[in-house]
Write a protein that binds this ligand. Structure first.
Ligand code: AMP
Length: 181
């Protein structure tokens, strides 16, 4: 990674200690989204390896994955698929349970959102334990998508999410790491 990319992103991301609960260092990308240069740089870097690859859909995880995913879909001339918390999507859905730090939750996507064999890239702002992204990959694969990669601006390597996804056969692309979380 070039130092300038690391600097541009790191200085645009705000850290809120003890949010949403004590001990969590919340990496707030709203400041990056509000910085035109940093936002463009992040999107450009995430799409770069996939330019010209005929990616059918970008799947974004609610909610920050929608913002990044929409921009990435536009750049790659791909469609966009929302992966949402249960009960939010209006048509027939497929649902998967995924693990949170304490307990489990469920996420859904529309049953007809991807085609058999379609090339899909999964997008979210940050990967921590990887539980959320792993659930999204399961949904996409269940519907026959070929998950080309999972892309995140931020990796928290100490929480092992990247490793978990890679062990599930997913190529992971991240732009910046925060150690010790
Ligand atoms: P995980 O399933 O543990 O990989 O958690 C990833 C999801 O939780 C992503 O949608 C992130 O936006 C959010 N998340 C987890 N930890 C943090 C953190 N320290 N700062 C900001 N967002 C986080």
């Amino acid at each position: 990674m070039t130092t300038s990319l690391d600097n541009t992103l790191r200085s645009a991301i705000r850290t809120i200690p003890d949010y949403p609960k004590p001990g969590i260092m919340f990496r707030d990308i709203t400041t990056l989204l509000g910085d035109a240069r940093a936002f463009r740089r992040a999107v450009d870097e995430l799409v770069h390896p996939y330019a010209g690859m005929q990616i059918g859909k970008i799947a974004g995880i609610e909610a920050r994955g929608f913002i990044l995913g929409g921009a990435i879909a536009h750049q790659l001339s791909s469609g966009f698929v929302p992966i949402r918390k249960k009960g939010k999507l209006p048509y027939d859905t497929v649902r998967v349970a995924y693990s949170l730090e304490y307990g489990i939750d469920e996420m859904e996507m529309h049953r007809d959102a991807v085609e058999q064999g379609e090339k899909v890239i999964l997008v979210d702002d940050l990967i921590a334990t990887g539980g959320t992204a792993e659930g999204a990959v399961k949904l996409l694969r269940q519907m026959g998508a070929e998950v080309i990669a999972a892309c995140f601006v931020i990796d928290l390597p100490d929480l092992g999410g990247r490793k978990k996804l890679e062990e599930a056969g997913v190529t992971v692309r991240t732009l910046i790491e925060y150690e010790g979380d």
